[in-house]
Design a protein around this ligand. Structure first.
Ligand code: HEM
Length: 507
């Protein structure tokens, strides 16, 4: 389990020179400039992709400095394997994650390892991601997906291209709001986003900008943005409090996450989440539970549209496994093995939560050469880890779902594919996201041919998560006869969805 027993380390940003006594052994870009450091030429809109470019040149461990703050980055499969060792390292709440504390406090994602509410909320909420709970969410996910296809049908009939990231974000937000809290933001029915969504996007963008605006000038440069952020956070709190109040005094939900938060006591201690913490968790799930999945779906649709032969293979699987059933059953989703590989391969190239930070539990030596003091930390860059030629071979830019065939997965070293993070603090919503995304890809492949805009070149937008910017697709409806083919027995593979969704996540 995460280090709830660890004594607290100092909070706030800890620059690398405080924790890495032999920092000079780690390469950094040439031409360091006083004060600005390595930030010359950095594009404030794409800091992650800048680090990927630098990392490719400098190797599996490197550092960058800007305005007095220095960060160690790691992406080599071997070093990441060490950082994933829970006996030596734990999640580090710093940088982008810490910037979300004013919004999400000690909610699951942003809690410090030593905060008691992490373990309490984890234990109370983990059953909300069990197989039984997921089966309960399936019908709600189908309901939201039907709103998406209704919208896409009318766009297609009107001869318009669809806005993929925009519509996937509506879909995933509605899904988590519905399954989590019985709430509906009417995203598909509104001409403009719900004010809650605007406030949430505002708060996320503010946290993202704090990552890149130099601390000495932030109070001046971001004064007005800071005021707006305070108003956004206050609005988020008020709205969530109203949803919770209605539930407390009204009828129970249908076994959703909010019911669990309000009604479940810790199985051993009998403790319950406080109202303040319930608010933090609701906001956490709304934030953590939608943009990441929406990006994953959007990248997958981009690749499917660009690779008609892969789309045809995936579509043939959907037709075979689902046959003419009007709505696929829960079990029929996990049987879409190839569609799931398409998703995994999309998350390999563009893991939508692209980095996670790990800190040393005790003084240690990374890779046998880099001493780290207790609390020193490094940021793992997943897009490079997922392209490490030592683990993935020479052609890592090629989109190839067969990399996730069971035999190929077994042949790779552990800890080379980490889109859901690692260890005790890995993604609690992993099975939720995979079920939702596989279901939706299956439904879309069954209903439409995806026609790319030949002029589109992939641009990756960086918010707190990654998203294919400006991606639109044209659609062609498939005739029902095309969509239905008799089911034939599939090749047998190890079941993929039966593991514990929480403790084994990300491994
Ligand atoms: C494709 C979709 C998703 C991706 C790529 C993703 C990725 C991640 C990653 C990398 C982490 C670890 C972050 C760190 O170590 O700092 C994480 C944590 C988390 N995720 Fe996800 N996530 C996804 C979907 C979801 C969904 C759907 C939910 C909720 C329903 C969710 C809820 C959370 C929470 C609560 C945590 C914090 C867990 C803890 O620290 O105990 N995520 N996610």
């Amino acid at each position: 389990m995460a280090g709830t027993r660890d004594t607290a380390l100092p909070k706030g940003f800890r620059s690398a020179e405080l924790g890495w006594p032999e920092l000079r052994r780690i390469p950094h870009p040439p031409y360091r400039v006083p004060l600005i450091g390595d930030a010359v030429g950095t594009n404030l809109r794409t800091p992650l992709q800048d680090s990927l470019r630098v990392g490719r040149r400098l190797g599996p461990i490197f550092r960058r400095k800007g305005f007095g703050k220095e960060i160690v980055f790691v992406w080599g499969a071997e070093l990441t394997g060490e950082l994933a060792d829970e006996s030596r390292f734990a999640k580090h709440v710093g940088l982008g994650v810490a910037n979300l504390r004013p919004v999400a406090g000690d909610g699951l994602f942003t809690a410090y390892n030593h905060e008691p509410n992490w373990q309490l909320a984890h234990d109370v909420l983990a059953p909300g991601f069990s197989r039984e709970a997921m089966e309960g969410y399936h019908a709600m996910m189908l309901g939201v997906a039907a709103r998406l296809t209704g919208h896409w049908d009318s766009e297609q009939a009107a001869g318009r291209a669809v806005d993929v990231p925009g519509d996937m974000t509506k879909l995933t937000l509605e899904t988590i709001a519905r399954t989590g809290f019985g709430h509906d933001f009417d995203s598909f029915e509104r001409a403009r986003p719900h004010p809650f969504v605007t406030a949430m996007v505002g708060a996320l963008s503010y946290a993202q900008r704090l990552n890149v605006v130099p601390a000495p000038v932030a109070p001046v440069l971001m004064r007005r943005a800071g005021l707006r952020n305070r108003a956004d956070v206050a609005y988020l709190n008020r709205t969530v409090d109203a949803v919770v109040e209605t539930r407390r005094h009204g009828p129970a939900g249908d076994g959703d996450l909010l019911d669990r938060m309000l009604e479940t006591a810790h199985p051993e201690t009998g403790e319950r989440l406080t109202p303040e913490n319930v608010r933090r968790q609701v906001i956490t799930f709304l934030i953590a539970g939608h943009e990441t999945t929406s990006g994953a779906l959007s990248f997958a649709l981009h690749h499917l549209a660009r690779h008609p032969e892969i789309a045809a293979r995936a579509r043939a699987e959907v037709d075979r496994v689902w046959g003419d059933t009007a709505e696929p059953a829960y079990d029929q989703v996990a049987r879409l093995r190839y569609v799931r590989r398409v998703l995994d391969e999309s998350l390999r190239l563009w893991p939508t939560a692209p980095a996670f930070a790990r800190e040393a539990r005790q003084d240690t030596v990374l890779g046998g050469v880099h001493p780290m003091r207790r609390g020193a930390w490094a940021l793992v860059l997943m897009p490079l880890l997922h392209r490490d030629p030592d683990a993935w071979g020479p052609d890592t830019e090629r989109f190839d779902p067969d990399r996730f065939e069971p035999a190929a997965v077994r042949a790779r070293p552990a800890h080379t594919f980490k889109p859901f993070g690692t260890g005790a603090r890995a993604c609690i919503g992993r099975q939720f996201a995979l079920h939702e995304a596989t279901l939706v890809l299956g439904l879309l492949l069954r209903r439409y041919e995806l026609l790319p805009d030949p002029a589109y070149r992939l641009r990756v937008a960086e918010r707190l998560t990654l998203m294919p910017e400006g991606l639109t697709l044209n659609l062609r409806r498939r005739s029902p006869a095309q969509a239905v083919a008799p089911e034939v027995p599939e090749a047998r593979e190890a079941p993929s969805a039966s593991r514990c969704p929480v403790t084994g996540a990300g491994e």
